[in-house]
Design a protein around this ligand. Sequence first.
Ligand SMILES: [Zn+2]
Length: 393
Amino acid sequence: MSSTITEGARPDDARRHNRGAVLRRLHLDGPCTRAVLATELGLNRSTIKAVVDGLADSGLVSERLPSRRSGAGRPSLLVVPSPQAALVLAVDIRVDRVAMALFGLGGEILGRLSWRLRPGAAVPRDVITGVLESAVVLASELSLPVVAAGVSVPGVVRHSDGLVRDAPHLGWVDVPLGEQLTAGLRMPVTVANDAELGALAEQTRGVARGVADMMFVAGDVGVGGGVILGGRAIRGASGYLGELGHMVVRPDGRECHCGCRGCWETEVGANALCRALNLPLNIGRGELYAELRELGADPANALDRLADYTSWLGLGLVNVVNLLAPRLVVLGDLFAALPEPVLEVVGTRVRERSIVSRAVEYTEVARSTLSRDAHLVGAAEAAFSPILEAAVS
Ligand SMILES: [Zn+2]
């Protein structure tokens, strides 16, 4: 009896696995020919034909001629993911604004909008109402159903149900964001910490694409990290891993809102950066980014004015690399906007001072290429993940 089930299950499992691999490849890496799919995935042509035909019958992919011909002869058709086959909503709640976007299968952004928040005065109920109303506006522009949502929050988020336990820079404690958005949007909603989603974004569509051991370290008012080791997100108890900003680096330093003194965040967060540059702490992000760009044009001046800041950034990263042994650290948000010479010094410091970096023949430190969209892209991929799985079963 059991052997019958096993014999029956095996081809089905293989078919599902192959469908999943092809769909994921097309979603993350874009259109390609059947021949490329066969080579990359190590499957024979008849299997690829069966899988692509099946995905096309389900409306998930289509085939078309390439827009540019290469070489002589009949061009091969490209297999293209159909954006409208699965639309997800991504929401990035930040200290000073909320950004939202609709992503189609394949990762294209089909619509977006954002609005400002008064820093420190974002009432959860108002943000939730704003998200629900904006979701209707975005979806109505496309006249297509949205099937899932992902939400990025700058705080400590319970993985199981999206409860925001503590988002200090929003002033939120125990906000049932996942539950309320699931009820309001009437679709599955994944809520996660912003840096965890940043790591997912960088690993699927950014500079860490395909790197199995990586982390995303992002700084704004707060500083946090997302960790992927062995290709899997590392979340810790209830999903609360990632509060790198509260690693104590200077016991005689400034008081931190978390109750400790001398947290990394007090030395390298946005306020510390503003202090180093003699800028007001409440400066708008547009102005702060413009200041950093200007500073980048004068490398010697940048290194001089940010000497202490650079030391603290390097010191914290050395600790983090020693603890988690990533091959690549991707810097996001304000850290990604720091002048090039500053990041060069930080990278050198990690290479020279981290025993783990030396052992793995150097952990690389790179700037995010997704920039301010990293959280949105990660939120979208978190929403896509169960859909891709369901689509192939
Ligand atoms: Zn702290």
